[in-house]
Ligand binder design. Structure first.
Ligand SMILES: [Zn+2]
Length: 168
């Protein structure tokens, strides 16, 4: 039969139930409706998971991490590693930038705040090879420090020029 046929609510629901847990053409899993979820919650509420079940869930989670499928798993974690900013090399880099710039924000104007930080001109996470390059750092005050990636990107050429001038 060709042409259009009405996609009734019942038809939709039938398809949904048939496809439940299976993947559609786009690879998305059909998910249960809210009603179904409530039913599942009502049925399982108060049930204790056995140790065997817990162990099974644990193993499944470990497997997901191994395969890089865990929600919080970031394969570039090592490159981002914010914690590494606390190490000695980082402190040393940050101090040498501020010393070079005379502990003053290099965008000096009336808007400046008192507290200064050493800013990475090229993003810390994206350019690990430039993390400890003195040419990739500039002293900024906390009010001039860009707070979004966009602003950071917009400032990049200006800051690069400033550092070029300082280093010359
Ligand atoms: Zn400033």
């Amino acid at each position: 039969m060709f042409g259009t046929y009405p996609r009734t609510a019942k038809w939709r629901e039938d398809v949904r139930l048939r496809m439940l847990g299976k993947k559609n053409a786009l690879g998305h899993k059909y998910s249960p409706t809210e009603e179904t979820l409530l039913k599942i919650t009502a049925k399982t509420r108060g049930q204790k998971r056995s140790d065997a079940t817990k162990e099974k869930m644990r193993q499944a989670a470990l497997q997901r991490v191994k395969e890089g499928r865990h929600n919080f798993y970031n394969p570039d974690r090592e490159q981002v590693s914010v914690g590494k900013r606390n190490d000695g090399t980082y402190l040393e880099w940050s101090r040498s930038i501020k010393r070079r710039d005379g502990w003053r924000c290099q965008l000096k104007d009336e808007a400046c705040s008192k507290k200064v930080i050493a800013h990475h001109i090229k993003v810390w996470a994206k350019y690990p090879e430039l993390r400890y390059e003195v040419t990739n750092g500039i002293t900024l005050c906390t009010s001039h420090h860009p707070r979004t990636r966009e602003k950071e990107k917009a400032l990049e050429p200006i800051l690069s020029t400033l550092v070029d001038a300082i280093m010359r």
